[in-house]
Design a protein around this ligand. Structure first.
Ligand code: PHE
Length: 368
């Protein structure tokens, strides 16, 4: 703030005095409005009320003294009014706290949208896995689990892949190192399918058995758009007296309709698994084209979805080592296994399996 020299007054009539004081009052008001911070307020005080150089002091010493006697009273009243005005400006500025500018910087804009909290959502694999499980739960199946690090016995031997058998080559996996001192049966590996839990279940429980087993499995498969070395399966096992292939067909036909819609058809093709006999691959009518033929089904109208078959008597023979009730002359059963990723990809129209594992919120958020 620069001290402006108080002009010399040439006439002391009412109009001139009014104008002169109004100008000062306006200046003081404008100065006070621009104040920010205690230092500026102090400077303002000195500028206007300072004993020696303050403007009011100037007014008093120059105007009041120069005024003719008849103007002194009116001038004095105006002087007092101006002084009161300046003092009240000062009081307001000192007590006002932060300036408008400071307030604006801290202000909260209540029209801004709030901070959104992200809602957790089931991962599409978990969601699909739960859906498959609940289809079978509704048929009276219970749910079982088993270890991901499995023994050679449960993963292979008890599922009728004898040591050295070429069928093992179709399910290569990671094997835990430095187990040479263990028998082959006890050596640990990452399970290649959920089928070993069939055996673990039968060892624990006499027939009848109706169980679904969801879980993670590992294979030495090169990753591509539809394959991942780690993926998920849901296994199913049903053992009772007089279980036939028709029961298997009826159960899986119902399950596919429950998962993909009632217009879906199923068909069974001869296949091979060491632990089922006979074995079949199940195809469903293409859910994208309704069976007419499209790119997704390679113009065939059918999509292969899972493996299944009647439990091989050789598997029951291994179960009998712990549970004699699994006598293949008295009981029979079927088993099936499906890939959760594959079903999720079909249900949600996902073409890259890698999307499930990338942790990209833009992808995952769509399943919330
Ligand atoms: N375990 C088999 C696989 O992973 C699937 C399967 C399960 C087939 C049960 C038949 C019966 O390929």
């Amino acid at each position: 703030m620069t001290t402006e020299i108080i002009p010399t007054l040439s006439s002391f009539d009412d109009d001139s005095l009014s104008n002169a004081f109004a100008a000062l009052e306006q200046q003081a008001t404008a100065n006070a409005a621009a104040l920010s911070g205690p230092e500026a307020v102090e400077a303002f005080r000195l500028e206007w009320l300072g004993r020696k150089q303050g403007r009011l002091n100037d007014v008093s010493s120059r105007w009041l003294k120069a005024a003719p006697p008849e103007a002194k009273k009116s001038l004095g009243q105006r002087f007092n009014a101006l002084k009161q005005h300046v003092e009240s400006l000062l009081e307001a500025a000192a007590g006002a706290g932060p300036s408008d500018a400071a307030l604006a910087a801290e202000a909260i804009d209540i029209t801004l949208p709030g901070t959104r909290r992200l809602t957790g959502a089931e991962h599409p694999i978990t969601k699909t896995l739960n859906e498959i499980v609940s289809v079978f739960a509704a048929l009276g199946y219970s749910v079982g689990v088993g270890p991901e690090v499995e023994t050679d016995f449960y993963n292979f031997e008890s599922m009728n892949f004898p040591p050295g058998h070429p069928a093992r080559d179709t399910q290569d996996t990671l094997v835990v190192a430095a187990q040479e001192r263990r028998s082959q049966r006890d050596r640990l590996l990452l399970r290649t399918h959920t089928s070993p839990v069939q055996m673990r279940t039968m060892e624990q429980q006499q027939p009848p058995v109706r169980i679904v087993i969801p879980g993670k499995v590992h294979r030495n498969d090169a990753a591509d758009a539809t394959h991942s070395p780690i993926f998920h399966q849901v296994e199913g096992l049903c053992v009772d007296t007089n279980i036939t292939f028709s029961d298997l067909k009826g159960t899986l036909d119902h399950a596919m309709k429950a998962l993909f819609g009632s217009s879906v058809k199923t068909r069974f093709f001869p296949s091979f698994f060491p632990f089922t006999e006979p074995s079949a691959d199940v195809q469903i009518s293409c859910i994208f084209c309704g069976g007419k033929g499209c790119r997704k089904c390679k113009q065939s109208g059918w999509i292969e979805l899972l493996g299944c078959g009647m439990v091989d008597p050789a598997v029951f023979a291994f179960a009998q080592e712990k549970q004699p009730a699994y006598d293949p002359k008295k009981i029979s059963g079927f088993a099936f296994g499906m890939g959760v990723e594959r079903i999720a990809m079909m249900k949600y129209g996902i073409s890259e399996i890698g999307q499930f594992y990338a942790g990209d919120m833009r992808f995952l958020g769509q399943f919330a």
